[in-house]
Every structure is written in C-alpha cells, then in structure tokens.
Design a protein around this ligand. Structure first.
Ligand code: GLV
Ligand code: MN
Ligand code: MN
Length: 424
C-alpha cells in the first residue's frame, strides 16, 4: 500500500468514535428489544420496518444518498470524487426469533460509523463508500437465509423467494411489498450493480477468537450450508384406544430419524454440523397421536463432498424409514463453501494486523466462518472478505450474545482502515 493511502487510512481509523458505536448499537437494539437483553426483530416485521426507518434517518443525517432495491435491501452512499463502482460494507438488521444486539446489526452500525469517521476526518475518497442493510439474512421467518444478497447477485431468485411463507401464511412477497410501500420516499435502485469490493464486519458467533485471546479475525471463507425440510405423514388417532402396533405416529418416526442422523453425522466428517431446529407437530395435542410432523435440517461443513454424502444418508433415512406412514424430504437452500478473494483479504489482513498491533495485540487470527453471511453471495459478485470480533463464550442466536466494548471498537477501526484503503 502506498504511504499516502496508508496515512489517510489511519486518519479514518483514528476518527472512529467508541462512544458513538456503543450508543448506536444500543439505539438499534431498542427496536425489538426484550427484557432479557435480547432482540426479537424478524425480517420485515413491524419492528424490523421501524428499525429500517431508523437506519435511513441515521444515514440521511450523515449526508448519504439512500436507496432501496426490489428485495428491500437498503443502500446508504457517501459519494466519491470519481464515478467508480463503490466499496460496499454492511450486514443485516434482522434477527433470529430471539437474537442478540450484534448479529448483523453490528456490521450495519459499523458501516455507518465508517462514514461518520470519514466525514469527521474530512477525507474524500475516489470511490463512493456505500453501506448496505440486507433483507432477511437470518432466514428464520422466510426461508432460505441471505435472501437479500442472493437476490442482489441473481435477481431471478426473487420470484421464488416471494412465494416463501412464514408460520402465519404471510408470503415474503406480501411482507416485502408492505415494507417497500413504507419506503416510498426512498429512491428505488437496480439490483446487481457493479461494486469494486465488499467487506463485512461481524461478530464471530463461535469460540475461536476468544480462545486465542485476540480481538480481530481475518475471515478466509465460509463453510458450505444446506437446508432441508422433512415431512412425516402418519395418522392422527386416539391416544387411549389405538394399540401401539397399529399406530402411524409421526413423532416417533421423526425423532427416530433425528437420532439416526445425529449418529451418522460424526461418521460422515468430523467437522460436519447437523441441526434439527424447527418443528411443527399436528395436531400437537396431549391425547392425540401426531398425524404430521415437519422438521428442518441444517447441515454445514467446509467439505462439500461430505455434505453430498450426508445428503444421501439423509434422503435414505427419511424416505425409507420403516413405519406405517410416509415421509418426504425437500432441499431449499444449498450453498457451497466460499473462499474469499486474495486481493481484499490482503487489505483486510493488513488493516486487522495493524489495528491489533497498535492496540498491543498479536497479529489477527486467520479463520473460516462457521455461520453463513451475505458475504458468501457477494463473493460471487465482487472481491469480498470479512472481519470478525470475538463473541463472549462463543454464544450467538441467543439473548446473551455479547462482545466486550474494546474489540467491538477495534473491529470498526479495522473496517474503517480496510474500506478507506479500498476506496482511496
Ligand atoms: C446465519 O444466521 C446462520 O445461520 O449462519
Ligand atoms: Mn449475521
Ligand atoms: Mn444470525
């Protein structure tokens, strides 16, 4: 990096304001804030829509041009001095049904803080710097996850996504149209526009950085992920009168499958992670045998071939289960492992190492992400990479999710350094 760029990148880094980051995180967490300290802000819910409005106002106050695309992704642009593709940063503002204050929100607030720091330091960049808040990264209300970034890089997917239904029968298309109608004052922008780079800052959501005792991680890639839905159709019947040997009990079948899948996972690959996290039981009554069970399977591994092998076992386990009912399997999300781009990784690594060193720490950890992120789709579109900060006790998707204040600020400083270097 030339010395002049390095010096200006440090000015941006130094202008990051610790207290402003802390207070913005707290302010955003009020939208959907819970008494246990967690946040319930599922995508496109009324609180998510109010949070999006809050972000639009924050961005306008920083002098940004605000735009929204057909998938509800919000873009906040600080102009550059030349008409070049922007450097994009950001993350998502939606949460799990019970999430924390940081998963996604941190990356969006950090992006706005980078713009505030550039403003405060009076730095003009050649390229525009843009912050994004992606729609529906979590995928828990409407599957699959990372919908906004996926549609941004492949707009044709939006047609299918619009049909995805939540637990109350509302389609993603209906919820999206309502959110877009509320954004009538915001300029509509096209999807898939050229970008020069994408850098996403996120909490690690796992134990690696905490165990290393270091505040920053350079994320080299993201493991592969696949999501499935298994539907077990038995027969609802009276709990007191139906003999055990005549039952088609969907719960007994489904729990048997889950047990077998958990056992199989360890044999397929030591790093394979399998989760059966969402269940619908019908009629869900104490004295009626379950007639129908639908459960989800989330499978992840850095080795795509292992995911293929697990998929075969999963398919056989579900469809050939020996019982009096029938079961089917449907795959609705599949993303191969992502490897980030050397060019952006180099800039991010330099930013993380220097910010770590200046704060008295060893060089940043290099690690792969266990969670998926919008960066996995952005890597198909432009050179992309990520930065992690530690999660206390490695906990996330939980109200107790937290990161100590110092690494939170160091993460934003490293982001400011990387974004400024890429945009100057
Ligand atoms: C994202 O929230 C994931 O499930 O990895
Ligand atoms: Mn996230
Ligand atoms: Mn998440």
């Amino acid at each position: 990096m030339n010395e002049e760029i390095a010096a200006i990148a440090w000015q941006a880094t130094s202008a990051v304001d610790h207290d402003r980051v802390q207070s913005r995180i707290a302010e955003l967490a009020r939208f959907g804030g819970r008494s246990d300290g967690g946040v319930a802000r599922e995508t496109l819910s009324s609180v998510d829509r109010a949070a999006r409005r809050f972000l639009v106002e924050q961005a306008r106050a920083l002098g940004c041009d605000v735009a929204v695309d057909d998938c509800g992704n919000l873009f906040f642009r600080r102009p550059g001095t030349e008409a070049l593709p922007p450097v994009l940063t950001g993350s998502h503002a939606d949460t799990q049904p019970v999430g924390g204050k940081l998963d996604g929100a941190y990356g969006v607030i950090a992006g706005l803080e980078v713009i505030a720091a550039l403003n405060d330091a009076g730095i003009r960049t050649r390229r525009p710097v843009e912050v994004v808040a992606w729609t529906n990264e979590e995928g828990c209300r409407f599957g699959p996850g990372a919908m906004g970034s996926s549609a941004f890089v492949g707009a044709a997917d939006l047609t299918e996504y619009r049909k995805s239904t939540d637990g109350h029968g509302v389609t993603f298309g209906e919820a999206l149209d309502e959110a877009l109608a509320e954004m009538a004052d915001v300029r509509r922008c096209p999807m898939g526009t050229p970008l020069s780079a994408y850098v996403e800052l996120h909490i690690e959501q796992g134990p690696v950085l905490e165990q290393a005792g270091l505040p920053l991680g350079v994320v080299t890639g993201i493991q592969g992920v696949r999501w499935y839905r298994a539907t077990c159709l038995g027969q609802a019947s009276h709990a007191g009168t139906t003999p055990m040997e005549r039952r088609a009990d969907a719960i007994v079948a489904a729990t048997g499958m889950v047990q077998r899948l958990n056992e199989a996972a360890a044999q397929v690959h030591p790093a394979l992670r399998v989760t059966m996290g969402s269940w619908v039981v019908e009629p869900n009554s104490i004295n009626t045998i379950a007639g129908k069970v639908v459960f989800t399977v989330d499978a992840r591994c850095p080795d795509d071939a292992a995911l293929d092998r697990f998929e075969e076992i999963l398919n056989r386990t579900v469809t050939a289960w020996d019982w009096r009912g029938e079961a089917t399997l449907d795959r609705f999300f599949c993303k191969a492992p992502t490897i980030f781009h050397a060019s952006v990784l180099e800039v991010v690594a330099q930013a993380c190492d220097e910010v770590s060193k200046q704060a008295g720490f060893d060089a940043a950890v290099r690690l792969s992400s266990g969670a998926f992120h919008d960066a996995m789709y952005m890597a198909q579109h432009c050179p992309s990479a990520m930065i992690f900060v530690p999660s206390i006790a490695g906990i996330s998707h939980n109200a107790a999710e937290a990161t100590a204040p110092e690494p939170l600020t160091l993460g934003v400083r490293a982001l400011a350094h990387a974004v400024a270097s890429l945009a100057l």
